[in-house]
Design a protein around this ligand. Structure first.
Ligand SMILES: *Cc1c(COP(=O)(O)O)cnc(C)c1O
Length: 394
């Protein structure tokens, strides 16, 4: 007699729960707005990637509704068979224009772009150098590639160079893969320095701009705009699920790269294409940013105000350089308590604890949005100060 599956799974879940590491369901009623109803309570939402508030923007909603009326609810196929509507092609042109690359290809998600795209570029003659804090979808993409992998210390250019020296001449291709903005710390990869090293050692670069799109550079064009490296990086990958407020991933680069991915990336080839409403909203998001930089400017104004005040309170924000603002607590239990107390006071911000970050580096992660008013930020700051004092963080 076989053991029922639940009997195998239950103890694993119980172990997670005992360690305080389970993900609870947070039920959100209504759209992602500055204030949300979470688990029945109205809270100021400091825990979304919706940096520009685009997910509930009227232009994006209108585009989705019109696309459903014209194209229906689904695409009916995978991209390579009959699931490429004119809308999908228009989106890809719009991405390429926005990112200032020759071409772009749209995936169903950013995860699919990394997990499906990376293994098609790394072959047996490649070696990959990967930042130790890279996103899980990059890690999975590299795993699928079954190549030699060297992990360099987080944003440590000396370590990267040592590793480049180590592999130089031994492999046909060297790839460097890095997040552009790191989601737990909010710091920015030194892509200018990575680019110089890559040029010196003949390496290729894959950069993941998930948290940089809509945030960094002019009009929110992302990390290559931030460093004035537009069109110089072999592969720019990104997502529509964060600042762009919708869902979907992309790979931007040359026309050949696009055609190659269209023929090779399995997550793209073997999975239904995105529905028209989603695609139309993505186009609307890019068009909106292309026309108008005000939301990006407002995001930074809010971020700078919030950070100035957090610093004044004597709180530690680690190495944050972006609207991802961690508030360092240290102890995991204390970080959890901090988050629970914030929720009671009407502010939603989750704790990030070991093993998501190193032991002793637990934090509350806050993410600032363009659609917060000064009063919203002041409300958050007042509650953060109150609890930080109570828990003797300051
Ligand atoms: C969120 C994220 C992804 C995944 O993107 P989705 O489109 O949400 O699947 C990939 N890389 C990084 C760095 C991310 O933060």
């Amino acid at each position: 007699m076989k053991k029922p599956l639940d009997e195998i799974l239950r103890p694993i879940l119980e172990e997670l729960k005992a360690a305080g590491l389970e993900w609870k369901v947070n039920k959100v009623e209504g759209p992602s707005t500055p204030y949300s109803i979470v688990n029945g309570k109205k809270v100021l939402m400091l825990g979304t990637n919706n940096y520009l508030g685009l997910s509930n923007h009227k232009k994006l909603k209108k585009a989705a509704i019109e696309a459903i009326k014209k194209y229906g609810a689904g695409s009916g196929s995978v991209r390579a068979i009959s699931g490429t509507m004119d809308l999908h092609l228009k989106l890809e042109e719009t991405i390429a224009k926005f990112k200032r690359t020759e071409a772009a290809i749209y995936f169903q998600t950013g995860f699919a772009a990394n997990a499906g795209g990376i293994p098609q570029l790394l072959d047996q003659k490649s070696v990959v150098l990967s930042d130790e804090l890279n996103h899980g979808s990059i890690i999975d993409g590299i795993r699928l590639a079954k190549v030699e992998k060297l992990i360099y210390k987080h944003c440590d250019m000396e370590d990267l160079e040592n590793k480049l020296k180590e592999v130089s001449g031994k492999f046909e291709k060297i790839w460097i893969i890095s997040d552009g903005v790191f989601s737990m710390d909010g710091d920015i990869a030194p892509l200018d320095k990575i680019y110089n090293l890559a040029t010196e050692y003949g390496a290729y670069i894959w950069v993941d701009d998930a948290h940089g799109d809509g945030v960094l550079g002019e009009h929110g064009r992302g990390i290559t705009s931030h460093y004035k490296l537009e069109g110089k990086i072999e592969v720019e990958m990104g997502t529509f699920s964060k600042a762009f407020g919708v869902v979907g991933g992309y790979v931007a680069g040359s026309k050949i790269l696009k055609e190659y991915m269209h023929n090779k990336a399995r997550t793209y080839l073997l999975s239904g294409s995105a529905p028209p409403a989603t695609v139309a909203s993505c186009i609307a998001a890019l068009e909106l940013l292309e026309e108008d930089e005000r939301l990006v400017k407002k995001l930074w104004k809010n971020t700078n105000y919030f950070k100035r005040k957090i610093k004044k309170l004597g709180l530690n924000m680690g190495n944050s350089q972006t609207p991802i603002v961690p508030i360092m607590i240290g102890d995991s239990k204390k970080a959890k308590q901090f988050s629970e107390m914030l929720f009671e006071e009407g502010v939603f911000a989750l704790p990030i604890v070991y093993p998501m970050v190193a032991q002793g580096k637990a934090r509350i992660r806050t993410q600032i949005r363009a659609d917060f008013k000064k009063a919203d930020l002041d409300f958050a700051l007042e509650k953060i100060e109150k609890i930080a004092k109570k828990l003797q963080v300051i």
